[in-house]
Every structure is written in structure tokens, then in C-alpha cells.
Design a protein around this ligand. Structure first.
Ligand code: KIV
Length: 270
């Protein structure tokens, strides 16, 4: 069970405290009020309105087509469903070409959508954007490793950081973005040993997906947790429906597995 009191809204301060105290942070995507309500009631700490909605809700091949209006709309829906969880929303493809537009778009996610925090994909090159958002009171989670918005530059959805030079760049990105004011990092599809190094070196919470068990928290796409992702699920995902007779049961099983460290296993990491 989460140790937060019934009426307490989770904030970035809560996440920092959880990291300090070694309490795992449970994160899950949701894109509308109904699923946000279920995730919240099941004790999920952070609900992400991810631009993965382009794939799992809109049926597209990638997240590239997701617009700011899409993100604001789905964030507003999810905001109506959550009570306690921190609501994080993605800044989609091309929404942060410079600091002014990033500020405008992050402001929309918070003011129109009701987000508490924004997530953006990018390395050290985004440090000025992170700093600008941070100095304007916008909590930021920086998404490193496999960045789906960069799929065309990366040549596909591949594990990032297997090579020593790329691993060193990722460690540097994490450091620079923390110094710029990021409140959390998200590592997607990086080797577990690299994720462990980044997590140990960081002073802020590190959330992993396909990044091994040593991160401060875990995130999955809700469709993967419920086993309704079309096609083959990624190696790092787990379907929690078997053995449970309800969506609520599956989400609670996911939350328990993150908190007790039984998810992810070594086979669910790289
Ligand atoms: O868009 C998304 O849902 C994400 C998660 C996969 C971390 O970024």
C-alpha cells in the first residue's frame, strides 16, 4: 500500500521524499477520466498523460502526430479523474523548439489541462528549456534514453546506451538536466547497469521503463498492464490481468509489484 494519507495530493516534494526514503514510486499512463480515476484509486503515485496516446488511443504508428491540442484535451480529461496522484503531461513532438514556445506550451498543459508537471524528451541540448520552465514554476521531468519522438533520428525503437560513448553522454545529459532544474528523470530502454549508475549519481527521482529495478520508480503504459496492446508487447512490459478479475485488480497488482521490487525482473530489463 502507498504510505500517503488519504487526502494528500502527491507533489514533487513527495517524490523527492520517497526517493530519499527508498519508497518506490508507482507511475502509470492514463488518457481519460475513467482510467485516471481507477489508477488513482489503486494507489498509483504519478499518472502520466503520455504522448503514447498517439499509438494506444489514436492508433498511429508513432507519437510524432500528437499535437499540443491533443495533449491539452487528454490532460484535461485525466485531471477530472485523479484526486491524489501527481498528474504529469507530455510535451509532444516539436512543442519545445525554443524556450519561449516551450514555456507557452508547458503553460497550456498546466493552465488548460490541469497538469502538475510536464515531461519533455531531450538531452543536455534542452537544458535552457528546462531552466526556463523551472524558473517559471513548472516542474519538469526530463525523458532520456529511448526517446520515441526521436524515432526517425534513432533509426527505430532501440535500447540506448549499450556503447560506452553513448552511456557517457547519457550520464552527462542526466547531470546537466538536473543542474538546469529538472525535478525528475525518466529513463526509457537503457541497460540496467547504466540506469543504476544514473540513479545513484542523481539527486532527483529517477523513473524507469525498461531500465531495470534499481530506479526510484517504474512506469508502464496502461494498455500493457491490462494486456490490450495490439501486437507483441515490449519485453519490459508485463500484463498484470492474468490472475485478476478486474482492471482495478491488475493495476493494484502492478503497484504492489513495483513497491515490493518484484517488477521488473532481470528478464524484463536489458
Ligand atoms: O508517452 C508515454 O507514455 C511515455 C512513457 C512510455 C514513459 O513517455
Amino acid at each position: 500500500m502507498s504510505t500517503h494519507s488519504e487526502n494528500q495530493r502527491i507533489t514533487v516534494t513527495t517524490l523527492a521524499r520517497m526517493r530519499r526514503e527508498g519508497e518506490k514510486i508507482v507511475c502509470l499512463t492514463a488518457y481519460d477520466a475513467g482510467f485516471a480515476r481507477m489508477a488513482d484509486a489503486a494507489g498509483v503515485d504519478v499518472i502520466l498523460v503520455g504522448d503514447s496516446l498517439g499509438m494506444v488511443v489514436q492508433g498511429c504508428e508513432s507519437t510524432i502526430g500528437v499535437t499540443m491540442d491533443d495533449m491539452v484535451y487528454h490532460t484535461r480529461l485525466a485531471a477530472r479523474g485523479r484526486s491524489h496522484a501527481l498528474l504529469m503531461a507530455d510535451l509532444p513532438f516539436l512543442s519545445c523548439p525554443d524556450t519561449a514556445q516551450a514555456l507557452h506550451n508547458a503553460g497550456r498543459l498546466m493552465q488548460e489541462g490541469g497538469a502538475d508537471m510536464v515531461k519533455l524528451e531531450g538531452g543536455a541540448a534542452q537544458a535552457d528549456v528546462v531552466a526556463r520552465l523551472s524558473m517559471n514554476g513548472i516542474p519538469v521531468c526530463a525523458h532520456l534514453g529511448l526517446r520515441p519522438q526521436f524515432v526517425h533520428k534513432l533509426g527505430g525503437y532501440r535500447v540506448q546506451g549499450r556503447e560506452a560513448d553513448i552511456a557517457a553522454l547519457l550520464r552527462e545529459d542526466a547531470h546537466v538536466l538536473e543542474q538546469a532544474g529538472a525535478d525528475a528523470l525518466l529513463l526509457e530502454c537503457v541497460p540496467a547497469t547504466l540506469a543504476q549508475q544514473i540513479t545513484q549519481a542523481a539527486g532527483i527521482p529517477v523513473i524507469g521503463i525498461g531500465a531495470g529495478a534499481t530506479c526510484d520508480g517504474q512506469i508502464l503504459v496502461i494498455h500493457d498492464v491490462l494486456g490490450i496492446t495490439p501486437g507483441r508487447a515490449p519485453r519490459f512490459a508485463r500484463n498484470f490481468m492474468p490472475g485478476h478479475d478486474s482492471i482495478d485488480g491488475a493495476i493494484r497488482a502492478y503497484a504492489t509489484a513495483v513497491r515490493d521490487g518484484s517488477f521488473p525482473t532481470a528478464d524484463e530489463a536489458f
